[in-house]
Write a protein that binds this ligand. Structure first.
Ligand SMILES: [Zn+2]
Length: 431
């Protein structure tokens, strides 16, 4: 008989999208349980019922800890792990001063392997169980992350970052080599265990039209792959794109004209969109990935979540490590709340937690496997301590309901609030 593990605690997950259904979309059980077997969740329900029904299960009792789906970080650059929180630059300067010199080091497979392992340790300690990462132009940087993730049984989406102009020596490929290398990596890794390949042009300024076309052709050959890139992060960047692509109607058109717009497209930031761009993104069902700590840290602007959701756009949440200033999806939810306040909408804690779990899973088209606690889902789980510091504990003590108890941890919590992280039914981290 396969081994069964029963996690007990407060269970919290979603039956629907709280942006549409309100906080009632959440399902909370103050004394719930999650049964894990063979890497999947096989039962959920009241903890006492599950104890009786599965007397042979190994029980892990988290008391009043909140058992939730693991966090899904929909846009990161794992190669920027070691340069997170670097001072004083905006986007283009940031890339030239910090990002590009660091990414050059990933030419060394041993360095890439070291950072990949460090990054996955850090994210597990922050409750993140799935991530979608840019790598560098070096195929070895992709191999390093996938190899490490596979050894851990972790769900990871990643791709070789393609750049054939406006990047330094040692960090440029070509239209042909970007196509060839991406295709070889895709065929090697896509669909292996829990790994998926994402076709990854960094952004229009660092690709020639020929390279974007080559990657658009690759996406057409492998339409079940995700495609990730950046869009309209800063106003200087948009002006630069207009000068590089004078024929384009707008920034999005630089992708659209080259076959890089679709429902499986992930567009990072997307802060300063024109009406045509918003309408087109909604029409094709593409996803915008909101990276709030990055947007404030690099000074990019305020993403209007409520307006984009009202327009029918699908939105995910992400750290954007290392332009984002934190590995924590809790801190990222807090920043999304703060930007919401600055754009006129107080996001409910249910909406914030949904964005960090089921919502981001949906942008990755993986909501049937990750992002909620339900039988059949992969057992990727975070356990949150609602009293992880004295400051949080004294506020949570006053809470009248679950959301009031959770919100101080969203606003003030960090890796200390993550009691445990389970990846594919295996304990990956515990405090
Ligand atoms: Zn990014």
């Amino acid at each position: 008989m396969p081994e069964q593990t029963l996690l007990l605690g407060q269970t919290l997950t979603f039956d629907a999208d709280p942006f549409a259904a309100g906080p009632a979309a959440a399902r909370h059980d103050g004394h719930g349980g999650v049964l894990i077997e063979g890497g999947h969740i096989t039962a959920t329900g009241p903890g006492s019922d599950l104890r009786r029904a599965y007397p042979g299960a190994q029980v892990v009792d988290y008391g009043d800890g909140v058992i939730t789906a693991g966090f899904v970080d929909a846009h990161v650059h794992y190669p920027q792990t070691a340069i997170i929180a670097s001072w004083g630059k905006r986007l283009i300067d940031w890339l030239n001063t910090y990002t590009f010199p660091e990414e050059t080091r990933f030419n060394d497979p041993a360095y890439a392997a070291r950072i990949a392992a460090r990054y996955l340790d850090l994210t597990a300690s922050h409750g993140t169980t799935t991530l979608c990462s840019y790598c560098t132009i070096h195929p070895a940087s992709v191999d390093a992350l996938f190899t490490e993730a596979r050894a851990r049984g972790q769900r990871v989406i990643a791709g070789k970052t393609c750049m054939d102009r406006n990047a330094p020596d040692g960090l440029r490929d070509s239209a042909q080599s970007a196509y060839d290398d991406s295709k070889a990596l895709l065929e090697k890794w896509h669909g292996v265990d829990r790994l998926s390949y994402a076709i990854t042009p960094r952004f229009s300024p660092t690709s020639t039209p020929g390279q974007l076309s080559a990657l658009g052709a690759l996406w057409a050959e492998y339409p079940d792959c995700l495609m990730q890139t950046h869009l309209s992060e800063q106003t200087d960047e948009i002006a630069w794109v207009k000068s590089l692509y004078p024929e384009a109607r707008d920034y999005l058109d630089t992708y659209e004209a080259h076959g890089l717009l679709g429902a499986r497209g992930l567009y990072g930031h997307a802060i300063h969109l024109e009406p045509r761009e918003r309408a087109r993104l909604a029409e094709v069902g593409a996803a915008l990935i909101h990276c709030p700590t990055s947007n404030t840290f690099i000074g990019s602007g305020l993403f209007d979540m409520a307006a984009r959701v009202a327009e029918g756009l699908r939105v995910g949440l992400a750290t954007d490590t290392g332009g984002g200033s934190n590995f924590s999806m809790l801190r990222t939810m807090a920043a999304a709340y703060e930007i919401g306040q600055l754009t006129g909408t107080a996001l409910h804690p249910a909406q914030l937690l949904w964005l960090a779990t089921a919502g981001s899973a949906a942008t990755l088209h993986m909501q049937d496997r990750i992002g909620t606690l339900a039988p059949g889902m992969e057992a990727d789980i975070a356990v949150i301590d609602l009293a992880s510091t004295p400051a949080i504990a004294q506020r949570a003590e006053r809470a009248g309901d679950l959301w009031e108890a959770l919100f101080p941890t969203i606003m003030m919590g960090d890796d200390r609030a993550i009691r445990a992280t389970w990846v594919g039914g295996t304990l990956a981290h515990q405090r």
